[in-house]
Design a protein around this ligand. Sequence first.
Ligand SMILES: Cc1ncc(COP(=O)(O)O)c(C=O)c1O
Length: 509
Amino acid sequence: MQYLLNTDLLMRALQKKSGLEAEVLERCRKKELKGWVLSSSIPALYEDLRQNGDDRAARTELKRLLEGIAILSQTAADIHESLDSSGLDFGPAMTVKAVRALGLDGVATSKPETFKGADIKARTPGEVLEILKAGDKSDDRVPLLDIPASYHEVLFDMEREMAEVLRSGHFILGPHVARLEEKIAQYCHCRYAVGVSSGTDALLVSLMAANVGPGDEVVTTPFTFYATAGSIVRVGARPVFVDIDPATCNLNPDQVESRISKKTKAIIPVHLYGQCADMEPLLETARKHGLAVIEDAAQAIGASYQGRRAGSLGDYGCFSFFPTKNLGGLGDAGMVTVSSEEFYQKLVVLRTHGAKPKYYHKVVGGNFRLDTLQAAAICAKLDYLEGWTEKRRQNAFRYDRLLSEAGLMDHVQTPQELVPRHVYNQYVVRVKNRRDDLRKFLQEKKVQTEIYYPLPLHLQECFASLGYREGDFPESEKAARETLALPIYPELTPERQEYAVRVIKEFFA
Ligand SMILES: Cc1ncc(COP(=O)(O)O)c(C=O)c1O
C-alpha cells in the first residue's frame, strides 16, 4: 500500500508525537506502509520544528520524522500546472497530481475535506490504519509487472544519479557508463563489461567480435525471444536449432554435438526465464570444436551455475536492461561481459562504428553505445538487485507452495530449479490442458499473464528460408502450447499471489 502523507498529517504527528498520525509514521518506518512526502512540504516542517530556535535539534527530528518515507521531488512543470489548476488550492493540487502520476493508493490526511471533489482517495490516519489491519483487499488486480511500486525504494538514488548527468551535459558514454561497466563486471564475476544500446545489440556486437559472418552456422535454441536468432541472421550467418530440455526449457546439450558441422562458429545458449542452461557439456563441446560461446543472459542477471555467475561462463555474456528485466533501465540498454582483454578491445571498437582513433575506421562496426542517462539509472538500481532477486525467489517458492496446497499439481506443473541460482525473471508454469482458456479466465479476473513464447523460432515466417517444419523440435512446440508466466515481480504481495492461485483453483474446480 502506498500513500502520500499530506503536510497536515506530518505536522500533527510532530505536534502530538503520538496518536494515529504518529502511528502511521511508525508503520512507514516498519515498511508495512509505503509513505511518500512531497519535497515542497519539507521546509514548512523544518520551520515548524525550529520555532524554539535550535537548528540542530530541528534537523535531527526532521530526519527521524522522514525515516522510511520516500521524498518525491517536484518538477517546475508540476508547480506551474498546479498553480494553473482550478478547483483545488495550490497545495492539494500538487498532492493530487503526485498521487495520480505515481499511481498511489491515495493521500493520508487529517483533513480529508481539503480534497473534496478531487478524483483521488483521501483517507484519515484512522482509515489508513484500519485498511492496514484488515489487509489490503481493496485491490484484487494482479498486474504482470508493477514498475512504479519499486520507485519507493529507488527513486531518490535514480534521481540523484540522473540529475548529475543532466547537469553535466554529457549524454553519450562517459564516466557514468564506465562506472556501471565496472560494477556489472564485478557483479558478474568478469574482468570487463561493455555497455551497449540493447540486449539485441549485445548479441549482435558479440557475434561480430567473434567474427561470425556469411557462410557460418550458430547453434542455438528455437524456444527463446526472437533476438537470439535474429542477430545471427543479421550478421549473415545461419541459426541451427537444437531442441530444449523440457524440464528447464533450455538448450538440450545432448543434442548439440550432432548439429555441429564444419561451418559451425559459435553456440548461443539462452538462460531462459532466469535459470542458466546446462553449461558444462556445452562448454566441453565448444572446446572440442573450437567454437565461441555467447551466453544470451538477457533474462538472467545474477543467476549462477556451479557457483559462477551468468555472463562469466562462456566467452561473451549478453545482458538486456529492457524495463521488464530483473535490472531494468528506463528504455533500451544492454551490456556485454567478457574476461579476455582481446575480446574486450574488439567490442569497444565495434561499439563505436569500428573507429580507432575517432574518424579512422579499422573495421565495420555500428552505433551500439549505451546512453549515459540509462547507465546512471541502472547504476542506481544495481545496488538493489540482490534484494529484489531474493524477493523474486521468495515469491516463486510461495507460488510452489500455494499451488501444491491448492491441489493443483495435476493441472499445473511448477517450474523446477535444477540449476541454482534461478533468478526468476519469469515464473513459468506448464498447463497441460486448456492453457489458453485458463489465461482468458485469469484475465477476466484481472490477473495478468503472458506466454513466453507462443511460436518457436523455427516456425516463424521470417525464418521460413531456413527450411524447418512443424514437428522438427517437439519439446519446443509443446512448451509453446503449455507455458504460462504468472506475475513474479519483487513487490508482488502474498495476498495477490493467494488471489491468483484462488482464481486458478476456481477455473479447474
Ligand atoms: C532471451 C532474450 N534475448 C535477447 C533479448 C533482447 O534484449 P533487448 O530487448 O534489450 O534488445 C531479450 C529481451 O527481451 C531476451 O529475453
